[in-house]
Design a binder for this molecule. Sequence first.
Ligand code: HEM
Length: 207
Amino acid sequence: MSKYVERFNTPERVLHWFVTVTFFTQLLSGLGLYSRLFVGYQDFFGGGQGAILVHKIAGILFLASSLLLFLNHRREISAMDDDDRRWLSKMGGYLSREPFQENNGKFNAGQKLFGIFMGMATLVLGVTGIVIWIPLSFPRVVVQLSLLVHGLIFVLFIMVVIVHIYLATIGNPGTLDGMLWGRVTRLWARKHHGKWFREITGQEKAG
Ligand code: HEM
């Protein structure tokens, strides 16, 4: 019996890393527009105009790919069951020293909330971004509100993505394998996503 089970297929992994690359391109090209403190980052894109151009192109690619990622996972993240509620009430065991026995489907409750946040935040960033892109087509107050919301959601997004990266790497060893190679060990699957593991292997009890 193989030591591994499949976690993500190739198109899913390509999409995830495409979103990641466009996200960080957005971040680097947008930082200088957000605050003068980061204006030096625009040199990566040949100056202010170059950074704005890259921000627009990467913005369209991020909007499209990130929404696609959300739609791809929508079924797995759209409902919470009793195990998810227990996970939330214990905060996944992350804030306590007591052992916490998880019983998650493909994604735990935190990942579900992250996925939903990501979909909604992408939409808001996209819509406000378009308003800022063609400001003369909208009333002044709408443009000003869009600038404010675009900046606020961006800060929130960065904070949430930092937590996501930590939890998906050193926070939970073995998790990154699924997104790199498509497969995770049976041991990892049983420990973190027992319900999902039993579903895909048809095993009633861990074994
Ligand atoms: C270096 C950056 C990143 C790393 C190392 C990383 C790693 C991972 C890993 C390992 C998974 C699979 C989790 C599992 O099997 O349970 C995952 C899932 C996911 N990632 Fe990332 N990721 C990164 C950046 C991003 C970014 C920038 C976004 C969105 C803007 C994103 C959105 C997602 C989503 C929606 C999922 C599926 C649901 C979830 O696990 O919450 N990731 N990521």
